[in-house]
Structure formats: structure tokens, C-alpha cells
Design a protein around this ligand. Sequence first.
Ligand SMILES: C[S@@+](CC[C@H](N)C(=O)[O-])C[C@H]1O[C@@H](n2cnc3c(N)ncnc32)[C@H](O)[C@@H]1O
Length: 330
Amino acid sequence: MSFVINVAIHASQFPEKVRRDLLKSLRTRRVNHKFHYDSVKQTQKWLALHQAYSPTRNDADCRAMYENGFKAAADQIKTKSVHVIGLGCGGGQKDTRLLKLLKMAGREIFYMPCDVSMAMVLTASRTALAVIPEKNCFPLVCDLATTDGLSDILVTRHPSLVTFFGMIPNFEPQIILPKLASLVQPKDFLLFSANLAPGKNYAIGVKKVLTQYDNPLTRGWLMTFLLDLGVERDDGDLGFKIEDDPATDLKRIVAGFHFTRSRRIEVDHETFYFRAGETIRLFFSYRYTPEHVRKVLARFGLEVCDQWIAKSEEEGVFLVRRSGVSEERR
Ligand SMILES: C[S@@+](CC[C@H](N)C(=O)[O-])C[C@H]1O[C@@H](n2cnc3c(N)ncnc32)[C@H](O)[C@@H]1O
């Protein structure tokens, strides 16, 4: 592996845009979740927490569920070459397992790890280079939520296999799904995973998973954003609660920092006052049921062709195509 990796950076992550997004997060008291992956320190903290708590790392059944989804996708692709686009690739561990299967099936693979975080994109590229040659890897730093015309930037050839693992919980579906749908053309496949609410009763299922968010590694990761801006740990308390999202019929787990004393911080010549009693939202995570996933994707012209649900019912993988494509083939 060479000591230089070429990374493309889209304008959505140029410094002046990132600065505007940061100021907006502070003004509105709603932190864009991309700011939790910004620095190398935050990326390392997230990777450590993922290693400690992610069912894909610690639950053999959940790993097998992903493997089954990967095998099904690899079996469906009959062309000699395939373009894998890893949206929000993180450390690239899941994408690389998929790349391995495609390689074993004799496909020539091109891989575009795409993430808002440079550190994640580099980590994913290095992970993937164990499987594919450097000339077939095209890392891209890009903010998926604010980029229009994603299909012009990301997809040059078909068939593409787009992956969107663990991403949907952290985006408002009405913002991200039109962009995702624009990428999936009739010859393409989408592998999508979501964190689910287990059991038959949705509200009880969401309550059951609430405690999973409140642990020292997650707290440390989320607080890094505020501490790096000059907020002090004793300025307030970090709390987790369940919220009904009025724009959808979904529930989400929300983490907020509630100030118990006033704090003044300066960012880029702008002063922000947080008064005692105010709360800044740091993070949210929607929980879906498999039915919610089907319905919400269908609204944007995407159809679930197959699905694999973990025994815990807390995570699912969905193989998706453009609506109508699987009908035409029958
Ligand atoms: C929960 S992690 C999922 C990582 C990986 N897909 C997995 O399943 O292990 C979310 C990822 O989305 C990235 N991300 C967050 N906001 C983003 C945005 N607006 N555009 C692109 N990537 C984003 C983060 O940097 C992080 O790598």
C-alpha cells in the first residue's frame, strides 16, 4: 500500500461551508450530527464505541444477518464489474465484507467510500485496500444531506451497489431519502440497514432500547463536540429521551445537553450565550420497524425485495431496488 491516498473533497465539505453549518447548529441549538465525526479524536471515539457496542461486532447472529444480505446482493449481480458506493462508510468494515464476497464471485470491483469525515474515509479506504487494488478505490468526502445532484457526483457507471448502513436513524427521512433514491437506477441495488424497535409494540420496543444509548463511551463521544468549543462538563447534564417526530409517524431517541449554569463561548468571532435552563440537542436516532422501512422507502420509489432481521429484532438489512424493477423481471 502506498503512503499517499488521493481523496476527492466535495464543496459541501469545504471549510467555509462547514463553518456556516457549525454556526447554524449553535444558533438553532440543534447540532448537525455530522459534527460528531469531524475530528480525528471524535472518529476514534466513535470507532471505539462502535467496537464496544455495535451488534455487528459483538453479536454473531447480527453478523450472520449482514452476511446473508451481502450474499444475496452478490448473487444478484451478474455483470463482470460492479461499482460499490459506500454512503456514510464509517470505518468501512461492513463494506469490505461485501467487497470480499463480490471478489470471491469473480467480479471486478470499484469502490467509492463516501463520508463527511476525512478520517472515516481514510480508515475505510485502508480497510478496503486489503481486498481491492488502489487504482479501483475512489474515496470521497461529501456531506450527503446538503449535496444536490448526488447522482452526477457519485454514480458514473451501472450497475452500482449502493450501501447505506446505519445511516437512516440519524437523518430526517424526508431530507435524505429523495437524494438516496436519485442514486438508485433500474440496474442498481441498494443495501440498507436500520436500527429497529424490537417486539410487536412499537412504543415499548423504543423504550427497551433507550438504555443502550446511555453509556460512558457514547456520552464521551457526544460531549466531545461541546467540550472542544469551550463548554465545561459541569455546565449541565447530558440526558436521553424518546420523542415523537411530528413530521413522520416515527419515534426517535434524542440526546440533549441541559445547561444548569450559563456559558458563553466564541466561535469564529461570533459569541453564543447558553443560559441556565436552555437545552442544546446533540443527536437523534430514529427507530423503525420493518414495516416503517418498507413504507418510507416506497414513498420515494424504492422497493424492498428482501430483508433479514436479527433475532434480537433490533437491526435489519434490506435489499432494495427501484420500484417496479423486480416485477419486470418476473
Ligand atoms: C452511524 S455511522 C455508520 C457507519 C457505517 N456505515 C457502519 O454501519 O458502520 C454514521 C456515519 O455517517 C457519517 N455521516 C454523518 N453525517 C453525514 C453526512 N451528512 N454526510 C455523509 N456522511 C455522514 C459519519 O461520519 C459516520 O461515518
